[in-house]
Design a protein around this ligand. Structure first.
Ligand SMILES: Nc1nc2c(ncn2[C@@H]2O[C@H](COP(=O)(O)OP(=O)(O)OP(=O)(O)O)[C@@H](O)[C@H]2O)c(=O)[nH]1
Ligand SMILES: [Mg+2]
Length: 307
């Protein structure tokens, strides 16, 4: 398989900056050194600067200390293997599985998140992916607030060859959601992807609107499996974490999709997310293209970081 089509190679290439900023810097520091307090201090600084977060950083430093003692390791470069082990373990923390067996059609994903994080792009990518899996997919264009949002998601619907329910700019987003959920139910659709606004007049407005959308789709498609998927932007590092609580309080959060991991040095945030949040990462966005999305596989991600 050529590098361009091999998913692991693509992941690895997209993580280049994060790899340089994290593993690259660590590698430079540990070479020809002994494992001692000074070295651990320097490691701590690198981890914090790479957006790994205080909690995961402390855990990693403790693990390195402990394991080095147990295994009687003294050489600095042995730290890399220890870190890889522990990062892999943090990323792999058991979370709820993505799909449950008892899903009732239509499965509805509310795609939520602050403005510009990549919601609409993710809707397009996921529509394509689900359609390729042989699912009947529909998109609901519920960002009626931002000018041109409907056209934008319309282009993705066309590209992925799926139906879209829309209204005009300024229409009530909950009404669009209601129509879409009703249509999805009537037409036996497998997956309904709801694109939502990232900004309304105020943040409180937005949260109220999202709650309403959730309520109406549950009403229009009784018993359907409804999930809130929160999109966070990997380039914002630690800041992305604070959004999780706000959205969880409003509409729940059944899974995260972390976008823009390509071209950012802040990909260490994935480790912070795994350590600090009880929510699984379902997918990661690694580019602007239609198939630049991958299932998040913890082991593979750790391998790619250290490859
Ligand atoms: N490099 C990269 N860019 C991405 C990724 N996902 C989205 N983008 C880009 O991020 C920008 C914003 O994406 P949108 O999908 O419009 O974001 P949104 O959350 O729908 O934005 P609003 O509707 O304005 O809230 C676009 O330029 C996308 O191409 C990704 O995984 N990698
Ligand atoms: Mg959008």
């Amino acid at each position: 398989m050529s590098a361009a089509f091999n998913p692991f190679e693509r992941l690895k290439n997209s993580l280049t900056k994060t790899k340089d900023n994290l593993v690259g810097r660590i590698t430079q520091v540990v070479m020809r050194r002994k494992i001692d307090d000074d070295l651990l201090d320097e490691l701590e600084e690198i981890l914090i600067e790479a957006d790994v977060g205080v909690k995961a950083t402390m855990r990693l430093i403790e693990a390195v200390k402990e394991k080095a003692r147990e295994r009687r390791l003294t050489e600095g470069d042995e730290v890399i293997g220890l870190l890889k082990e522990e990062i892999s373990e943090i990323l792999s923390r058991k979370k709820e599985p993505l799909e449950t067996e008892a899903e009732i059609k239509p499965v509805i994903w509310l795609i939520v998140g602050v403005n510009g994080v990549g919601k609409t792009t993710t809707v397009g990518k996921m529509a394509t992916r689900f359609a390729a899996d042989g699912k009947q997919v529909m998109i609901a264009a519920c960002d009626t607030f931002r000018a041109a949002a409907i056209e934008q998601v319309g282009i993705w619907a066309e590209r992925s060859g799926v139906d879209m329910i829309r209204s005009q700019h300024g229409a009530d987003p909950a009404a669009v959601a209601f129509d879409a959920a009703s249509a999805a139910r009537a037409r036996g659709i497998d997956m309904l992807l709801v694109d939502t606004a990232g900004r309304l007049h105020t943040k409180a407005n937005l949260m109220e609107e999202l709650k309403k959308i959730r309520r109406v789709v549950e009403k229009a498609a009784p018993g359907a499996s409804v999930y809130s998927k929160l999109i966070i932007d990997g380039t914002t590092g630690q800041n992305a974490l604070s959004q999780v609580k706000v959205f969880t309080d409003a509409v729940g959060c059944d899974g995260l999709i972390v976008t823009k991991l390509d071209g950012t040095a802040k990909g260490g945030v994935m480790i912070a997310v795994a350590e600090e949040l009880g929510v699984p990462v379902d997918f990661i966005g690694i580019g602007e293209g239609i198939d630049d999305i991958q299932r998040f596989e913890p082991q593979q991600f750790a391998e790619a970081l250290f490859a």
